[in-house]
Design a protein around this ligand. Structure first.
Ligand code: FMN
Length: 330
């Protein structure tokens, strides 16, 4: 997810049971021009594999070159974005627009699949307009072109995130395409994951917004016995997330980037609302961490344990130049 799936988020997802994590979408034009900020997205940590890196663009040759770069950076899968509904992206002929141009979409997949030795997957929406069934036509063409798996988010581009993901369409899509399908959209719990898997015969589910500030949703989906986290666990996980994000982005970027996460972690009745407002109002992440320890003293021992279990990534990931994403969507 653009503006969310930083390395700390992906690594946390892996710790909580995600079988595969994905980067946010990376501009192939940015990679082509060796844009320093775009290159920042390609830093991969040792404890996040298997990792898909997602690229977006509209030119098959440029996408192929971008795919080679992301594989060189360590991606285990190259994912192609045919789902982003945001104007900034669609007006360049990339993202969801390609659902309306099957020939070009197929040419992109073929060029990318030809360029790299790893599996190539595609993430797509149902189509551009509400009620569209374009995915059913284009899906098989993408498989023919070389896509090894497809992820469907069954909303239209026009819908953005409104309404519900219509997984009845996912079921039809699975029947049609003959490769593993990952179902994306409104999966927030074990019950919903099971319902969608059973109702669609999809190979897997993808969890997006449901994991924001809530890695415990992932744990619950993979482990029936998993319970709700305690306040101390929540505070500890947030403290770790703050520290890891600061290491990635540097204090200046991280301080702003993290603000939306405070509400995500502390909501769901876990902490009183004014506490969240208080954290958002603090200037430095150090102050945030101090305040969290004060509110949940038992978090200290948990943070210590969590940090002891992390691999030493010294020298591996310093993302000072990494941008806060300006795109936002799929
Ligand atoms: C803030 C935000 C950023 C997103 N960025 C991407 C992206 O970069 N690439 C992509 O394929 N999908 C992106 N998506 C779409 C999600 O992958 C997912 O398909 C969608 O949110 C529905 O799933 P959910 O209900 O589990 O969130 C984004 C969604 C959100 C909310």
């Amino acid at each position: 997810m653009a503006g969310v799936s930083v390395q700390a988020f992906r690594r946390q997802g892996r710790r909580y049971g995600a079988g595969l994590v994905c980067s946010e979408m990376v501009s192939c034009a940015g990679l082509e021009h060796r844009n320093e900020r775009t290159l920042g997205y390609l830093r991969v940590a040792s404890d996040e594999h298997p990792l898909a890196i997602q690229i977006f663009g509209s030119d098959p040759a440029v996408m192929a070159e971008a795919a080679r770069m992301v594989v060189a950076a360590g991606a285990d899968i190259v994912d192609i974005n045919f789902g982003c509904p945001v104007k900034k992206v669609t007006k360049t002929g990339a993202g969801a627009t390609l659902l309306d141009d099957p020939a070009r979409a197929g040419a992109i997949v073929a060029a990318v699949a030809h360029a790299v030795p790893v599996p190539v997957s595609v993430k797509m929406r149902r189509g551009l307009e509400d009620g569209s069934r374009a995915c059913l036509e284009i899906g098989p063409r993408l498989v023919e072109a070389g896509a090894a798996s497809l992820t469907l988010h069954p909303r239209s581009a026009r819908q953005m995130y409104r309404g519900e993901a219509d997984h009845r369409l996912t079921a039809e899509f699975v029947e049609r395409v003959g490769v593993p399908v990952i179902a994306s959209g409104d999966i927030t719990s074990r019950a919903r994951a099971q319902e969608v898997l059973a109702g669609t015969s999809a190979a897997a589910v993808m969890v997006g917004r449901g994991a924001q500030g809530n890695p415990w949703a992932l744990r619950e989906i993979v482990d029936a016995e998993a319970g709700e986290p305690s306040r101390e666990e929540v505070a500890a996980e947030l403290i770790l997330f703050v520290r890891e994000t600061v290491r990635e982005l540097g204090e200046r970027r991280a301080a702003g980037f993290l603000k939306k996460f405070y509400g995500w972690y502390l909501g769901r009745g876990r902490f009183p609302r004014p506490f969240k407002q208080e954290l958002v109002g603090l200037t430095t992440t150090e102050e945030v961490v101090t305040r969290l320890f004060a509110a949940a003293p038992g978090a200290a021992v948990i943070v210590e344990q969590l940090e002891a279990e992390l691999p030493d990534l010294t020298g591996e990931i310093l993302l000072d130049s990494m941008p806060i994403s300006i795109y936002g969507g799929g």
